[in-house]
Design a protein around this ligand. Structure first.
Ligand code: C2E
Ligand code: CA
Ligand code: CA
Length: 269
């Protein structure tokens, strides 16, 4: 078979191949916009990594994040993505866009005690404020080594980075983590967002999560806003922020200005 525009089967990438890809800078940061539900205003983006594979085309993270995590490459991956995201945050700011830029972190990264200083130096060198960088952490990963992770997260928070709990509702010790971790934002998992308008159970889980966020003074973000029914549901629920295909798919930074112009025209009409 020749080169294909879509990725090959999962599990087909080895750690050597990924290591070389990171060295050759084949990993790209893509960005998915986040908007305020009440106003529609674009408030930030989530950075999502893609691998521009020389033969296979664009490869999605579910096909190589696991490989990176199991082979000690995830720190290198995080730094590659973070480097791009921070530079992009600066470029957007210089262009007059006030955007928060979120980056996904892996457990291994949160276990290394020098990570907070490293990322702080990086952000400062780029001339970006830590408060404009959101670090997304998943609950299931949070559980693995609580004391080290808590230490790193606390240091990051003290440095004024914003912390977000990702995929909320899918982990196992979510409530204990909310108690212990100095987070700013709760991102309810897309499995409780898409279809919530038509499914009372999903709606109840969504509302309970939202109530929790409100009582704890956290920003509440809905991801996986896939269609108009999801969007209407969020409007009615007075959700703070939203992200999903209905608003925009992840895109390269180069496509962002045109998307934003189109959106402004639509919203002005
Ligand atoms: P995530 O952090 O939960 O990211 C959201 C995923 O949902 C993204 O998939 C995004 O493209 C997808 N998505 C966005 N809107 C919708 C929607 O309306 N409907 C549906 N069905 N899906 C939507 P993607 O980019 O394939 O990323 C998958 C996962 O890979 C991410 O899930 C995150 O856990 C991980 N990941 C991505 N980039 C990085 C990275 O730089 N570092 C680490 N450690 N993990 C990453
Ligand atoms: Ca995320
Ligand atoms: Ca998520």
């Amino acid at each position: 078979a020749g080169a294909s525009p879509v990725a090959t089967a999962p599990g087909s990438y080895g750690s050597d191949e990924l290591r070389v890809a990171i060295e050759r800078r084949e990993l790209e940061a893509w960005y998915q916009p986040q908007v305020a539900v009440a106003t529609g205003k674009v408030i930030g983006v989530e950075t999502l990594v893609r691998w521009r594979h020389p033969q296979d085309g664009l490869v999605f993270p579910d096909q190589f994040i696991g490989v990176a995590e199991n082979s000690g490459l995830v720190d290198a991956l995080t730094h590659a993505v973070m480097g791009e995201a921070v530079a992009q945050a600066r470029a957007w700011r210089d262009a007059g866009h006030e955007l928060r830029v979120a980056v996904n972190l892996s457990m291994q990264t949160l276990n290394s005690l020098d990570f907070p200083d490293l990322v702080q130096r990086r952000v400062e060198a780029a001339g970006v404020h830590p408060r404009d960088i959101v670090l997304e952490v998943t609950e299931s990963r949070l559980m693995m080594d609580p004391s080290a992770v808590l230490d790193v997260l606390t240091r990051l928070r003290m440095k004024r980075f914003r912390l977000s709990i990702d995929d909320f509702g899918t982990g196992h010790s979510s409530l204990a983590q909310l108690r212990d971790i100095p987070i700013n934002e709760l991102k309810v998992d897309r499995s409780f967002v898409h279809g919530a308008a038509a499914n009372a159970k999903l709606g109840a889980i969504f509302s309970a999560s939202q109530g929790l966020a409100r009582q704890l003074g956290l920003d509440f973000v809905a991801e996986g806003v896939d269609d108009e029914a999801d969007w209407r549901f969020l409007r009615a629920a007075r959700c703070d922020y939203a992200q999903g295909y209905f608003i925009a798919r992840p895109m390269p930074a180069a496509d962002f200005p045109a998307w934003r112009r189109r959106r402004k025209q639509l919203c002005a009409e």
